[in-house]
Structure formats: structure tokens, C-alpha cells
Design a protein. Structure first.
Length: 265
């Protein structure tokens, strides 16, 4: 990618809490920085500021330990009458970047919709359960067959249509299927079948996400990710397995230039 190429915009979107959206956003942004891409992030949830706080913790920890941790630039946009204008300004300023990663709040807002309408890649993490699946599709309670898309699938449809109307671009919608170890195999199989069926109807790709692991929650106070080997004091087999999941997730996003990126082993 060159400076004359507009930044590829990745928007993390999900209106349901507990899906790991912000954690996934940080891992994507930091992975891109680790791979040498010019990367920045926008946090559109000015109340919780999870992504901003994560990266602030990262900068503090790196300074205290004298570590060189690749870190994307971060800015927070507060929801308000001028929020969409600020979003567009930030996108214009990102023209010298390779990637701009945007984390949207877990609620519907004009700002969140505007971000989705400007995305090149939309990433929606969901937990491997029908509670989360209900965000994008409704199923028959007896057969578990998909009856119809839900409100969020319709919202994404509108965002993709707006982007196509604006500049003719095709938006890649990726649903990250996070695996919960406590769920029994039959339920996971039913969720998988429902996702496959719905993906053909509304046009998203399903990519394996991250398992429910304590280590992700432990990273936040220090702002670390699975790629920060220098800052991980007790690197274990659990970390190895989780990092393999992260690498597969990143490869599955099919981001421009990622296939030739030099990500640290």
C-alpha cells in the first residue's frame, strides 16, 4: 500500500454487549502495527472508551518497562451534532495511513451508522450461541432453521448499500464466530448451520474468532495483546493456542497486504 492509496477502513460493529468487540478491535489494530502497517484507531464510544483506555494502559506499561510496543494512534469521537463531521475529517486525515480501525459503541447511533457506511471491511464478533445469533437472524424454535434476517443484518445491508451508492465500493462483511467452551457440541453445530444458511441470504463471510479465555481479560490493565511476547512474563501453552486463533482470524479477514506481511513469530 502507498501513501496515495486511501486507508482501508475496518469497522467493528455489534449492538450486543459481551461479544469481545473492543478486545478484538485492539488485537486487530495492534497486529497491523506489529506487521509494520501505518495504523490508527478511532473509539466512537466516548462513555466507556474501552479501546482508548486499553491503548492508554499499553503506553503506560510500555513506558514503565522501557518496552517498544507497536501501538496504533488513537482518538475518541464523542457522539453529538458534529460527530459525523469529525468522523469524516478523521477519515480524510487518515489518507496517509494503511489502515484505520474503528470501534463502534454497543448501541445504535447516527455516528455508528455513519462509520458502518464508510467501511471497507465490517467485522461483527458474536458468541457461539443463539442469544447472539438473534442479533443478525431469527430461527424457528423447533427446527432451528433461519426464518428471516434480524434488525442488525438489515442495518448492515443499508450501510453497504450507502457505501455502494457513494463510491461504488464493495463492503466485505465478516462475522467472527467466537467459541464458548461451555457450550455443548450439538448447540454449536446448530449455530454453525444457521450461520451458513443466513450468510448465503445476506452476504457475509464466517471466520473463526477467539475462544473464551481468561488471558484476554487479564491483558487489559497492561494494554497487552497476544503478540507482545516481550511484555508477557509467563508465556504458556494457553497463550500459544490463543495466538494461533488470532493469526487465523487475521488471515481470514483478507486485508490488503496481509498475505505478505511480516508478523513477528
Amino acid at each position: 500500500m502507498t501513501a496515495s492509496t486511501p486507508a482501508h477502513i475496518i469497522v467493528l460493529g455489534n449492538e450486543k454487549g459481551g461479544s469481545g468487540k473492543s478486545t478484538t478491535a485492539v488485537h486487530i489494530g495492534v497486529a497491523l502495527a506489529h506487521a509494520g502497517f501505518r495504523t490508527a484507531m478511532l473509539d466512537l464510544d466516548s462513555r466507556q472508551r474501552t479501546v482508548a483506555r486499553y491503548l492508554e494502559n499499553r503506553a503506560t506499561f510500555a513506558a514503565a518497562r522501557n518496552l517498544a510496543l507497536p501501538t496504533p494512534d488513537i482518538a475518541v469521537i464523542a457522539d453529538g451534532p458534529d460527530a459525523v463531521a469529525e468522523l469524516d475529517l478523521r477519515i480524510t486525515q487518515a489518507s496517509a495511513l494503511d489502515f484505520l480501525v474503528i470501534d463502534t459503541p454497543g448501541r445504535d447511533s447516527e455516528l455508528a451508522r455513519a462509520a458502518l457506511a464508510r467501511a471497507d471491511t465490517i467485522v461483527t464478533p458474536i458468541n457461539d450461541s443463539f442469544v447472539d445469533f438473534d442479533l443478525i437472524g431469527q430461527v424457528d424454535p423447533e427446527t432451528f432453521a433461519v426464518k428471516r434476517p434480524s434488525f442488525y443484518a438489515e442495518l448492515i445491508w443499508d450501510a453497504r448499500r450507502a457505501r455502494a451508492k457513494a463510491d461504488g465500493a464493495t463492503v466485505d462483511w465478516v462475522v467472527l464466530r467466537n467459541r464458548l467452551s461451555t457450550l455443548e457440541a450439538r448447540n454449536r453445530k446448530r449455530v454453525g448451520a444457521a450461520l451458513e444458511s443466513l450468510s448465503k441470504r445476506v452476504g457475509f463471510r464466517v471466520v473463526g474468532g477467539l475462544s473464551e479465555r481468561v488471558i484476554f481479560r487479564e491483558f487489559f490493565p497492561r494494554g497487552l495483546t497476544l503478540l507482545d511476547r516481550a511484555g508477557l512474563e509467563d508465556f504458556s501453552l494457553s497463550h500459544v493456542g490463543a495466538r494461533a486463533e488470532l493469526r487465523a482470524l487475521l488471515a481470514g479477514l483478507n486485508l490488503p497486504g496481509w498475505d505478505t506481511a511480516k508478523l513477528a513469530a
